[in-house]
Structures are given as C-alpha cells and as structure tokens.
Write a protein that binds this ligand. Structure first.
Ligand code: NDP
Ligand code: GDR
Length: 331
C-alpha cells in the first residue's frame, strides 16, 4: 500500500490538532486547511507539531482555505489526492449558532457537501469522516444510540443534520467510503475557552490564583456525556480503518450535569463552587438540549474502542492544565 495521506479540515481546532498528532505518529502525510487570520494565534494548537516549510522531509502541510470556497476545495482535493479526509470544519458553538444561523449553515452544512462534491469531482478513492454530533438528538430521551431518532434544537444541530445525511447519501448513491462519528461532548485542555467545561476549569485556575472572583454560567441542569478528546480522535481514525463504512456513536455512556462538573472542578482545587458561580441568563439558549448520554455499545463491539477517561478525571486534568498554563504565563 502507498503512503497514507490525510486532509483535515478544522485542523486548528481541538480535535483537528489531536488528530494531526495521532496521524503524524502513524507515519501519515498530513494536510490541513487553515483560515487566514490577521494574527498567527489561530494555529497555536499546532505549535508542537509545526514544521518549517523550508525543512526537507516534512509531513505536515498547512494550506490557507475555507470550506465556504468551493473552487478551493476542488483544487485542494485534486492536488493533495488524500486517502483519508476528516471533516472537522464547523461553526461549532451551539449558542452562537442562534446568532449566526445563515453563516452556521453555510460552513457546517454546505461545507460538508462542498467537500463531498470535491472528492467526487476528483474521482479519488478517499475515505471520509464526517464529524457528526449528539446535538442531532436534541430532545429525544437518553440514552441515545445510532437507532435513536434525531430532533435537533439549534441552527448548529440542524446544519449538522444536513451534513450527516449528506455523508450517508454519498455512501449510498456513489459508493463513497463515508462514516459519521456521532460524537458526544469531548473536552481537553485544548477545548475552546467559551465551551462550558473549559470556561469552568479556566475560571477555577484564575480564581485560585486570585485573578478573578467569580464565573457566570447559564443552565447548570443540562446533562452531558463528557469524554476526553484524544481518545475520541483515535475512535474516528479507527472508523476509517474498518472494512466497511458505517456510522457510530462515540461516547462514554456516563452522564453528568453542568453543576456536577462544576462542583468537581472547584472541589479539585479545594473550593466550593457555590462561593464563585453566578447565574447569567445570557448563556441560556433559546432552545436547550436537556439530556445527552450516549450508548457506545456498537463501537465497543464492532471496533473495540472504549472511552477510558470519565468526566471527574476530565475535570481534574483540565483544572491542572489550566493551573499550569497560568503558572507558565500562557494564559
Ligand atoms: P473547534 O471549534 O475547536 O474547531 C473547529 C475548526 O473548524 C477550527 O479549526 C476552525 O478554524 C475551523 N473552521 C471554522 N469555520 C471554518 C471555515 N469556514 N472553513 C474552514 N475551517 C473552519 O471544534 P472541535 O475540534 O471541538 O470539533 C471538531 C468537529 O467536531 C466540529 O465539526 C464540531 O462541530 C464537531 N463536534 C465536536 C464535538 C465536541 O464535543 N468537541 C462533539 C461532536 C461534534 P479556526 O481555528 O480558524 O476557528
Ligand atoms: P454544547 O457545549 O452546547 O453541548 O456543544 P457547551 O459546552 O457550549 O454547553 C454544554 C451545556 O452547558 C450549558 N451551559 C453553558 N454553556 C456555555 N457554553 N457557556 C455557559 O456559560 C454555560 N452555562 C451553562 C449549555 O446550555 C449546555 O447545556 C458542544 C460543541 O462542541 C458542539 O460543537 C458539539 O456538537 C456538542 O458539544 C456535542
């Protein structure tokens, strides 16, 4: 078999950066799409693996691009001829999607179809991973599996529904090796600072250091199935190594409320969350997703993948990472 070549859209994000590390470690040539920004901060998650373009023998290639540009997607896919494509690019913030519904649809829904069409136009035999989400389930009761009906509750969820079915459709219509990973929430020290887990663990570190006094949160009763992102990108890679394409839930199978996660994070630093958390209605969503707990039995049985880090361990490791970042003046 020839060299494995991966293209990752959304390589600068949490999952993209972990997956790039994983694939480089496995000997892949890795290509990623990076959005042009007025500052260089948007590639900071890639600092550890960045390779100078002037070095010979490098295996990480970054290309300026955007999934809203169909021509660019066609050109990139044709030139790179990837054997695996991971579509992580998205306006991925649920709350923000209510403010930017049109933009979210353009990036998160239509971005997926542009990528699939670019692959079809290039007539290449690439395997495709589509980053689908537990937000597809919305209000359908937990636990949610691959057989649970979808009922998305945000412009983000609706956009991801389009992308989910587009991947299924290209598999059925064009025999494309396309897989949906229906990932439940996964977190890490690289999680964006405005998602609730990272917002909390960052606040814990800053409150402990005396830099802040409190953190403002919205609905603390929502339940999520929180796992550890590096383990989840391993599941995504493994999905593309199977004999047949299929769709899988990626989850721990355990749920906890925002309040429980918050309590564990503060307790890890010897504090009581009730002394430092205040309610702010601005963080509520117009329609909330109350209860997401995944049933990972299919991926465990078919692929042998299983989550190892539970939400309490996750809270502790994220607090420790934010403490360390603060101590090293990286925050
Ligand atoms: P992030 O928000 O951390 O990363 C999103 C990535 O998409 C970033 O690299 C971002 O670039 C890029 N991006 C955004 N808009 C565009 C665009 N128009 N063109 C090209 N790239 C763009 O998300 P995660 O890493 O957490 O998640 C990865 C994927 O998995 C996303 O699709 C997300 O919706 C989905 N998902 C995530 C889950 C989670 O719990 N983390 C659970 C289920 C699904 P930039 O850095 O410039 O902003
Ligand atoms: P989510 O993650 O919406 O599940 O989407 P987020 O961390 O934003 O919210 C989780 C829950 O916490 C509640 N919440 C707050 N959320 C934020 N962001 N900020 C707050 O202050 C706050 N207070 C309470 C929310 O209402 C919600 O119930 C993430 C994203 O990564 C998606 O891209 C991905 O598809 C899903 O996870 C699975």
């Amino acid at each position: 078999m020839g060299a494995k070549v991966a293209l990752i859209t959304g390589i600068t994000g949490q999952d993209g950066s972990y997956l790039a590390e994983l694939l480089l470690g496995k000997g892949y040539e890795v290509h990623g799409i990076v959005r042009r920004s007025s500052h260089i901060g948007n590639t900071s998650r890639l600092d550890a693996i960045y390779q100078d373009p002037h070095e010979s023998g490098r295996r990480l290639f970054l290309h300026y691009g955007d999934v809203t540009d169909a021509g660019l997607m066609v050109n990139l896919i044709r030139d790179i001829t990837p054997t695996e494509v991971y579509n992580f690019a998205a306006q991925s913030h649920v709350r923000v999607s209510f403010d930017l519904p049109d933009y979210t649809a353009n990036v998160t829904a239509l971005g997926a179809i542009r990528l699939l069409e670019a692959i079809r136009a290039a007539r290449i035999d690439a395997r495709v991973f589509q980053a689908s989400t537990s937000e597809l389930y919305g209000t359908t009761p937990a636990p949610q599996s691959e057989l649970t009906p979808f009922h998305p509750r945000s412009p983000y969820g609706v956009a991801k529904l389009y992308a989910y079915w587009s991947a299924v459709n290209y598999r059925e219509a064009f025999d494309l090796f396309a897989c949906n990973g229906i990932a439940f929430n996964h977190e890490s020290p690289r999680r964006g600072e405005t998602f609730v887990t990272r917002k909390i663990t960052r606040a814990v570190a800053r409150i402990e250091a005396g830099l802040e006094k409190r953190v403002y949160l919205g609905n603390m009763q929502a339940v999520r199935d929180w796992g550890y992102a590096p383990e989840y990108v391993e599941a995504m890679w493994r999905m593309l190594q199977q004999d047949r394409p299929d769709d899988y839930v990626i989850a721990t199978g355990q749920g906890a409320s925002v309040e429980q996660f918050c309590a564990a994070a503060f307790a890890h630093a010897g504090m009581d969350w009730r002394d430092h958390v205040e309610y702010d209605a601005r963080y509520e969503r117009p329609a909330e997703v109350p209860h997401l707990i995944g049933d990972p039995s299919k991926i465990e049985a078919a692929i042998g993948w299983r989550a190892h880090t539970n939400w309490e361990a996750l809270a502790a490791l994220m607090v420790d990472a934010d403490r360390q970042a603060l101590a090293q003046n990286r925050e």
